[in-house]
Design a protein around this ligand. Structure first.
Ligand SMILES: Cc1cc2nc3c(=O)[nH]c(=O)nc-3n(C[C@H](O)[C@H](O)[C@H](O)COP(=O)(O)OP(=O)(O)OC[C@H]3O[C@@H](n4cnc5c(N)ncnc54)[C@H](O)[C@@H]3O)c2cc1C
Length: 397
C-alpha cells in the first residue's frame, strides 16, 4: 500500500531548512520506502542507499562547516531523521548511529584525527559504528570490561592492545569506522574508560554473532570481538579516562536524533491508519465515520505532536549550545513511547490486515519497540529526568 505524505507542521523553519526537508522527503519516499519491507524480510542492508545519502549531502547535515560539514545544525538534522524514518526506521537508525559515531571526533578529536577520520564519513563513503555495550554492561555502561592494555614504554604508550567483546553494535558488519570504548583500569570504574578510533579489518578485530532482532532487521547489528587488536596512540580519542564523558555527551546528541526518527515512524503509522479508515467500509459507511475511531486517531496525532515538540525543543537547545542531557532524555523517552503506542494502535485500526506482513504497520510496530531500549532505556531516561528535577529542587535553582 502507499503511505501518504505527512503534513509539514514546522513553523519557524528557514527556507534552507524547508529545502533540506523536501530533499530528504523526496529521496526517502522515492528511493528508501519502496524496498523497506523486502529489506526487513531478507535482513539485508542496502549500502547503495547510504551512498546516495552521501551524494545528496545528507550525511554531512548536522556538522559545522569548520570540519567539512554542511553547517545546518541539529534542528535541521531532526527534519532529515524524521523523513528517513517515515520511509524506513531501520535506515534511520543506521544513519543516526553513523552520525553518533562522529560527534565525539568533532568535539574531542585532534586536528589530525578530524582530518583522517571525518571526510570519508561526512561524504557517506565510510560507515560508522558506536561500540559501548557489552554482555555485562548495558544500562550500567561504567561496568564495561573491554581491556585496553598500554603498549610501549611506561608513561609514553605507543598504542593500546584491545581484548574483549561488544554486543548489539548497530551497523557492525557494514561499517569501516568504529568508535570503541575500553578501560585502561577496570578497578577505576568510569574513570578508567577510554575511547578509541578503530578501523575495520585490522588484525585482532572480528565479528561474532549477528543479532537476531525483532525489528529494524535490515541493520547488521552484531558482536565485535577484540582479541589483541593493537590501536596506535594516535587513535586514542581524548585522554585516558575521558571515555565515559565522551560517550555520555555523544549519547545526548544521539537521543535527539533517535527521538526525531521515532516521530517520523509514528507519523507514518498514523498516516497509514488514517488512510485505511477512509478506505475501509463497514456497517454501511466508512470506518473513518466512526466517532470512536476518530478519537483514536486524534489521540495518536496528539502523541506525535507532543513528541515532535519536545524533540524540536531539545534540538534547538543543542543549537544554542545549552546543556541537553535532560531535554534529550525527555524527547527520546516521549518520542519512543509515542512511536510504540501509535504503531500498536495503527495495527489495531487495520484489523486483521494490521497483523499481516502484507501491510507495513506490523513492521513499524516491531521497529518502534527497540527505540524504547537503545540509546538508554526509557527507565534510565526517567532516572536522568528525575535527577535533574531533584537537583533543581535541592539547589533552589
Ligand atoms: C536494536 C538495538 C540496537 C543497539 N545498538 C547499539 C549500538 O549501536 N551500540 C551500543 O553500544 N549499544 C547498542 N545497543 C545496546 C543498548 O544500548 C542496550 O541494550 C541498552 O543500553 C540496555 O542495556 P541491556 O540490554 O544490558 O539491558 P539492562 O541494562 O540489563 O536492563 C534490563 C532492564 O532493566 C532496566 N534497568 C537497568 N538498570 C536500571 C535501573 N538502575 N533502574 C531502573 N531500571 C533499570 C532496563 O531499563 C531494562 O528494562 C542496542 C540495542 C538494541 C536493542
Amino acid at each position: 500500500m502507499t503511505v501518504v505524505g505527512a503534513p509539514v507542521v514546522a513553523p519557524g523553519l528557514t527556507p534552507e531548512e524547508r529545502l533540506l526537508q523536501q530533499t530528504a522527503r523526496d529521496f526517502a519516499r522515492k528511493e528508501i520506502a519502496p524496498g523497506a519491507a523486502a529489506r526487513d524480510e531478507e535482513e539485508r542492508y542496502d549500502r547503495a542507499l547510504f551512498i546516495r545519502m552521501g551524494e545528496l549531502g545528507l550525511t554531512a547535515v548536522p556538522f559545522p562547516e569548520s570540519v567539512g560539514g554542511a553547517g545546518f545544525g541539529y534542528r535541521a538534522w531532526t527534519l532529515v531523521m524524521e523523513e528517513i524514518a517515515y520511509a524506513d526506521m531501520a535506515m534511520a537508525v543506521s544513519l543516526s548511529v553513523h552520525i553518533l559515531s562522529q560527534y565525539p571526533v568533532v568535539d574531542w578529536g585532534t586536528p589530525d584525527q578530524k582530518e583522517r577520520w571525518l571526510p570519508a564519513m561526512l561524504a557517506g563513503e565510510a560507515l560508522g559504528a558506536f561500540a559501548l555495550t557489552e554482555p555485562g554492561a548495558g544500562s550500567d555502561a561504567a561496568a564495561l570490561r573491554l581491556q585496553a592494555d598500554r603498549v610501549g614504554p611506561a608513561g609514553a604508550p605507543t598504542g593500546y592492545r584491545l581484548r574483549g567483546t561488544k554486543i548489539w553494535i548497530t551497523n557492525a558488519i557494514e561499517a569501516e569506522r568504529y568508535l570503541v570504548f575500553g578501560t585502561v583500569d577496570r578497578t577505576r570504574g568510569s574513570a578508567g574508560i577510554t575511547a578509541f578510533l578503530v578501523e575495520g579489518g585490522m588484525p585482532g578485530f572480528s565479528f561474532g554473532r549477528r543479532e537476531r532482532k525483532l525489528g529494524i532487521r535490515s541493520d547488521t547489528a552484531s558482536e565485535l570481538i577484540f582479541d589483541g587488536a593493537e590501536v596506535p596512540v594516535a587513535n586514542r580519542l581524548g585522554e585516558e579516562g575521558q571515555g565515559y564523558r565522551i560517550a555520555l555527551s555523544a549519547l545526548g546528541e544521539g537521543r535527539i536524533s533517535i527521538a526525531a526518527a521515532c516521530v517520523g515512524l509514528a507519523q507514518a503509522a498514523l498516516d497509514a491508519a488514517a488512510l485505511h479508515l477512509t478506505e475501509r467500509k463497514a456497517f454501511g459507511g466508512r470506518l473513518s465515520d466512526q466517532q470512536g475511531l476518530r478519537f483514536m486517531l486524534a489521540e495518536m496525532a496528539q502523541k506525535v505532536a507532543a513528541a515532535r515538540a519536545l524533540t524540536r525543543a531539545a534540538a534547538e537547545a543543542k543549537d544554542r549550545g545549552e546543556p541537553i542531557a535532560e531535554a534529550s532524555s525527555l524527547a527520546k523517552w516521549t518520542a519512543s513511547d509515542a512511536a510504540m503506542s501509535v504503531t500498536t494502535d495503527a495495527v489495531q485500526l487495520f484489523g486483521g490486515s494490521g497483523y499481516s506482513r502484507e501491510f507495513p504497520v506490523e513492521r513499524m510496530m516491531r521497529d518502534a519497540k527497540g527505540a524504547q531500549i537503545y540509546e538508554g532505556t526509557n527507565q534510565i531516561h526517567r532516572l536522568i529526568v528525575a535527577e535533574h528535577l531533584l537537583k533543581r529542587v535541592t539547589d533552589g535553582a
